[in-house]
Design a protein around this ligand. Structure first.
Ligand SMILES: Nc1ncnc2c1ncn2[C@@H]1O[C@H](COP(=O)(O)OP(=O)(O)OP(=O)(O)O)[C@@H](O)[C@H]1O
Length: 450
């Protein structure tokens, strides 16, 4: 489908495509955009490129790209003509006559003329360290971290993605389990096939069964046509089963069969469907404990946790709080409504001491809140959500807090307060606490909150 309306060209010609492209690339403040012709000569050099490489447009326009930039990985013309496109390749670039080497993710797309000859390219360079407030950050398919345990998890993902092993990710809500599962898919040989996700806690057992395995026409009242389930739709790709510990026992048996035999029966069907799907599962619970309590099949646990990956909660990753705060701030700065360049000392102390029950999802919401309610270049304490000012921050602790009674009662109180504040609007209440709907539902059930 076309990406533009038939009126786009007319609209474009009013302002001139060069002006519109300049405005568009200015919006990508955090990166450099440039275009080269078929000989590699620079035809367009964005403001972001001027800023990133310290080279004004006049100095580089009509110059060959390799006369302006030295790329440590570079071959001429950068492999683009052969590959057609390059996606997030890490390159180390130095502006000619410059002294600093800049690590960037390079994404580029070549154009070819009617005879198939290379006709030029558009390139986007995003600096690896997206904020000058943080150094040594690692970004891996959108996962930002400086935490040793998280870096260890990334190492495991890189290695395990080359295999077909089943992976079980454990971590609290909002720690990035789905992001990690997606990264694993993108690193694997299945990356060009579908990645589908389902939250096993969010659906009733019967709905979950039809969602996973599909149903045939007439399987139950209302099944007026057959429906392909997630396993069938993800064939060749990856299926992410979030909150797998919530899977009812009868569905656990069916899942075990798919894992063992790569086949299943749709609801109401009598014909076996064969599939080739990689399963990545996640849970915030200990599956061993669930097995002990008789709620989870031991054989399925062993099948799922061939490679376990643990994601620590955000309160145990102080370095990441700063990194992710600045990442979220920079992302919003780009939108231009407000430009935050510093965080007041009392605000940053509060942010670093906070227990982050909703982990990274909550942190993103806190930044969104500050952008919504505050103005000016400094993020101030009174621009943080009420819980930062009203409740005293829990003591900094490296021992796991999520299971402590204190945190439990805090959490139950927070959920009740959020429900009152939003007049019982579940979606809004979950969002205000930085929780997904499923997590919010599960926690309400756990604390018996109507
Ligand atoms: N290390 C990280 N770097 C950047 N963004 C992150 C990171 N971890 C999490 N996020 C972001 O935080 C949000 C929540 O992450 P995600 O949905 O993967 O968490 P989850 O553990 O699967 O949560 P839930 O169990 O509630 O579904 C997403 O917007 C995700 O992009």
């Amino acid at each position: 489908m076309s990406q533009s309306s038939p009126f786009f060209n007319r609209w474009l010609s009013q302002f001139g495509p060069d002006h519109v492209i300049a405005v568009l690339t200015d919006l990508l403040d955090a990166g450099a955009v440039f275009a080269v012709d078929q000989h590699g000569k620079i035809l367009f050099w964005s403001k972001g490129a001027e800023k990133l490489f310290g080279l004004p447009a006049e100095a580089v326009l009509n110059q060959p790209c390799n006369a302006a930039l030295d790329c440590a990985e570079g071959h001429d013309p950068c492999g683009l003509a052969e590959q057609g496109q390059i996606k997030a390749q890490l390159v180390h670039i130095k502006a000619k006559h410059g002294s600093n080497t800049i690590s960037c993710y390079r994404t580029a797309r070549a154009f070819f003329d009617a005879t198939g000859q290379f006709a030029g390219a558009l390139e986007f360079m995003q600096p690896q360290s997206i904020s000058n407030k943080v150094d040594d950050s690692a970004s891996f398919h959108g996962i930002l971290t400086q935490d040793p345990l998280m870096l260890e998890a990334i190492k495991i993902i890189r290695n395990v993605s080359e295999t077909e092993a089943t992976v079980l990710i454990r971590g609290e809500s909002g720690t990035g389990k789905e992001l990690v599962a997606h990264a694993l898919h993108l690193e694997s040989a299945r990356c060009d096939r579908l990645f589908l996700a389902v939250n096993c806690a969010a659906l009733s057992p019967s709905l979950l069964e039809t969602e996973l395995f599909g149903h045939v026409k007439g399987a139950f009242t209302g099944a007026i046509r057959s429906h392909a389930g997630l396993f069938q739709r993800a064939n060749g790709g990856t299926l992410f089963l979030d909150e797998v510990a919530e899977l009812p026992l009868e569905l656990q048996a069916k899942l075990l069969r798919v894992l063992q035999e790569q086949s299943f029966l749709p609801v109401g069907g009598d014909e076996v469907i064969n599939v080739d799907v990689r399963i990545i599962a996640a849970t915030h619970r200990s599956l061993r404990e669930e097995v002990k309590a008789g709620r989870f099949r031991e054989d399925l646990m062993y099948r799922l946790r061939v490679v376990p990956i643990f994601l620590p909660p955000l309160r145990e990753r102080r370095l990441d709080v700063n990194l992710l705060l600045w990442h979220s701030i920079n992302q919003r700065n780009i939108q231009g409504i407000r430009h935050i360049t510093s965080i007041a000392p009392d605000a940053i102390r509060c942010l670093l001491d906070y227990a982050w029950p909703g982990n990274v999802r909550e942190l993103i919401n806190v930044v969104e809140y500050a952008f919504a309610v505050g103005r000016g270049h400094e993020l101030r304490l009174d621009e943080l959500p009420p819980e930062f000012r009203e409740a005293p921050a829990p003591p900094t602790s490296t021992t796991p807090g999520p299971n402590s009674r204190r945190n439990h009662s805090n959490e139950a109180e927070q959920i009740k307060a959020a429900l009152t504040a939003t007049n019982g609007d579940l979606e809004a209440a979950a969002q205000s606490l930085g929780m997904s709907r499923a997590t919010f539902w599960r926690k309400r059930k756990k604390y018996d909150i109507a």
